[in-house]
Ligand binder design. Structure first.
Ligand code: KQY
Length: 374
């Protein structure tokens, strides 16, 4: 495997937008019983449905541990590739590589490659004290293994960063949150300016837009952007929204709205902001909590915890939007409608039972990683 020593942008690489064509989607396979209730059986069937839905539009590779490989294989259709990669958990948005591409080969800086992967450092969303589990050594190897399998060169970075904490428009703008990227449990030695410089050098962006906070209750990730706001196309964003002034989510939405209204993107465009209403508040039940092994090595999953549920956490496949559905008829339907209008040339596919993923702290975007086509 080629390990590249300089930065992606200096070679002419940049991270493409998620709506640009993909060659495949990478996913993990849930198994740890101290994060996924009932030994992950319910989550596995939702992962299988997400993988199957995506596989109607692009190739999918699911990575399972040796202990789970046969089980994963038996639950997934034959056309989905199932390979063995051991992981501590199954969030490929955060542990998989961030792919970057080079579209203009005249600016190749001497590299023969047109695609590469960034292998960020991962610390389980906050390290030993504040992270989700205490051993993330296998997760930290996922990006490297994926790139090795695909024969794609790797840019390694010592900065702690998860893919769910960034969104790009593919034309020079990155969206992120201060709550996550400036959190002292990630890169306490780096200033905001230094982090911006790294994002520019690695993602090939020219402007970073910092929302103050992510979704209310998104404590596992310290407010990842991918639950709060995403690009639809350059200059247009979808923002998680509520009109309920007594919901603590309201303050976060309005603060993000004001910020987005006051800035322009890397190309000087003002943002069009489309509101995507969150489901009515969801809480972990006694039964759900009792199904999770409560151990010292992993974050406790307690009854009554507000779940970080948002429809912004969807995946853009080639020609489709794969969106979570929470069993909240009113807002589930509204989300499908808003997304259908927002992405008129995509088929919107709702995944029922996404609550199972939210119970473990993320959603469809968090469990997927697109590999761009070149
Ligand atoms: O938001 C994401 N990208 C991942 C969520 C991970 C939650 C871990 N328990």
């Amino acid at each position: 495997m080629t390990n590249l020593q300089t930065t992606p942008a200096s070679f002419g690489f940049h991270m493409p937008a998620e709506w640009e064509p993909h060659t495949q989607c990478w996913m993990g396979w849930p198994e740890r019983g101290d994060n996924w209730r009932d030994a992950a059986v319910h989550a596995q069937s939702v992962f299988a449905r997400v993988a199957s839905a995506i596989s109607r539009f692009e190739r999918v590779t699911v990575c399972a541990s040796s202990a789970q490989w046969e089980n994963a294989r038996s639950q997934l259709p034959d056309h989905i590739r199932v390979i063995e990669i051991s992981c501590n958990d199954s969030w490929f948005r955060d542990t998989g590589p961030t792919f970057v591409v080079m579209r203009n080969t005249s600016n190749s800086g001497g590299s023969d490659h047109r695609i590469a992967g960034i292998d960020w450092s991962f610390n389980s969303w906050g390290g030993l004290e504040e992270g989700c589990y205490t051993d993330w050594s296998l997760d930290n190897l996922v990006a490297k293994k994926v790139l090795e399998i695909e024969g794609i060169p790797r840019f390694s970075h010592s900065m702690v960063l998860e893919g769910g904490s960034i969104h790009v428009d593919g034309e020079g703008t990155c969206l992120t949150t201060e709550e996550c990227l400036l959190n002292k449990n990630r890169n306490p030695h780096l200033s905001k300016n230094q982090i911006e410089d790294e994002l520019k050098a690695y993602l090939g962006v020219r402007k970073v837009i910092w929302l103050p906070r992510g979704l209310y209750g998104d404590d596992d990730t310290n407010g990842h952007i991918d639950n709060m706001c995403c690009f639809v196309r350059p200059g247009v964003v979808l923002l998680s929204w509520t009109d309920d002034e007594i919901d603590p989510q309201y303050e976060r939405c309005t603060e993000a709205y004001s910020l987005l209204s006051s800035v322009t993107d890397a190309n000087g465009r003002k943002f069009e902001i489309i509101k995507l209403h969150v489901p009515d508040p969801l809480y972990m039940t006694e039964k759900e909590s009792a199904g999770v092994l409560q151990v010292d090595e992993a974050k406790a999953r307690l009854p009554g915890t507000r779940l970080a549920a948002s429809y912004v956490n969807f995946y853009i496949a080639n020609g489709a939007i794969i969106v979570p559905q929470f069993g909240d008829k009113k807002w589930d339907d509204e989300a499908v409608q808003v997304l259908s209008k927002t992405f008129p040339s995509h088929e919107v596919v709702g995944i029922e039972g996404a609550r199972e993923i939210v119970l473990a702290g993320g959603n469809i975007h968090c469990i997927t990683q697109q590999q761009p086509a070149i």
